[in-house]
Design a protein around this ligand. Sequence first.
Ligand SMILES: [Zn+2]
Length: 262
Amino acid sequence: MTLTPFKIFRILLLLTILAATAFYTKAQRLSSTGWLEPLNVVIYPINADGKRSTSQYIDQLKESHFQAIDRFTAKQSKKYDILTKKPTITRLGKSVTTLPPVAPAPGDSTISNIFWSMKFRFWAWQETPDELSNQHRARMFVLYHSPTGNGQPLDHSYGLNKGLLGLVNAYASNKQSAQNNIVITHELLHTVGATDKYGPDGHPLFPDGYASSSGQQYPQRHAEIMAGSIPLSEGRSRMADSLRQCVVGKKTAEEIKWLSNI
Ligand SMILES: [Zn+2]
């Protein structure tokens, strides 16, 4: 390959963009996991199915629908070593009227995940452009779907461990608010470094995915937030009903820098 000045310029430009993104992401990570002050979390609702019932649900949403998230992070953080008493302050942002790029299905190639993550970050920047506050603002885009009653599960939700961005699929129903808040919190904790604590069968992994790691005693009473479900017996678990039934376990606390592992 002959490197013309134009090609060299293009390569240098690409490297500069990559270096700038990496530096920005690192700064964002350090700023968001210092926990000296609260992390601002903004919920951006999106009507995912275009239905009128979904719009009506979104129109009646209030900040109080999401307060359980802040109560959960405040209560759970007390067990660990952070300075702020309020790790998160969750607000309701404006509705977003464009749909994000279609997310890859679980099992899609790493390359399609990387491309999607870049497209999603660009879309989020176009929709909510405020680079300064994004250093300390987690943006959770919530795709609401009216319940269909046919038991069809929602698509996977995503929390990017770079960019403080989450994409959550949720039901447009007040009855589902408490479980929607579990999914939002799970994805939010991914954005600050937490990893999943369930196995390929969807059941919590022992010991990190168990709320009580003193032993595999059944049934457990709580779910570890990054496992999402309560172990009932060997190979059996059920989704927690609300954040009141969830805890932040020690491994998750280490990952999100609530606990020093030195
Ligand atoms: Zn997850």
